[in-house]
Write a protein that binds this ligand. Structure first.
Ligand SMILES: [Zn+2]
Length: 73
């Protein structure tokens, strides 16, 4: 059995998207394009904003920040 989710949250707007949706895992073509744009601009960090500076410091220990484009060049 493949572990394909039947639904998940749209990476762009966090709306629930069913796997049967034509734009899955995005809720719409617009969100797909927005998400791709974030990756392309190197601005894609974490999916939801965190406003607590202490949490941000903790994340900095474990997560790569902004990736320097190592697949270019
Ligand atoms: Zn969406």
């Amino acid at each position: 059995m493949a572990s394909v989710p039947k639904a998940l949250f749209c990476p762009t707007c966090r709306k629930v998207v069913l796997a049967t949706d034509g734009d899955f895992p995005f809720c719409s073509d617009r969100c797909r394009i927005l998400d791709l744009g974030k990756w392309a601009s190197g601005d894609y960090k974490i999916s939801s904003p965190i406003l607590d500076p202490e949490v941000l410091e903790g994340l900095g220990e474990n997560m790569p920040h902004r990736r320097h484009s190592d697949d270019e060049d």
